[in-house]
Design a binder for this molecule. Sequence first.
Ligand code: ZN
Length: 169
Amino acid sequence: MGIELNLPLWFHLLIHLTVALVGGYLLGKYNNKLKLGVIAGFLGGFLIDLDHVIEYFISYGLKFNLNKFLNGYQFLESDKVYLIFHAYELVILFLLLAYLFRKKANIKIFIIIFTISGFLHLVSDSIINNYPPKNYTYTYRAMNDFSAEKLLNRNQYQKNINLKNELGL
Ligand SMILES: [Zn+2]
């Protein structure tokens, strides 16, 4: 059983942003494509979290509440974890895509940096959130009906229940 870090969300996002930009910068520099590297790193390593927004609208429809969103209430409300951009299967898929574009240097490098950045994001998420890597696969989530109760460990799910009671959800 790992340690629960319980970082505030802004710090969690700052870690993602830093890893995405530094990773993109270094990989871009290494390939002599600095700008392309930074953009690919940012998209793959940071904007991947936009699926949280999609999940919010699935739960709440179009009534947006920033506080609810930032606190991740969408996951409490639905009790489901879809996270459509968070999956190691996508890493494999994008590497295949990079192979298909192997003769187009810019596109290939862009896809590879984008993919590495996304991969680093998933690894960071596993560490920060203390979820096993298998939680970040479609296969495992689908096998568990995308159910938060089945996917989270006892302590983590209990925290959700407590928070739900507190909020009257
Ligand atoms: Zn994430």
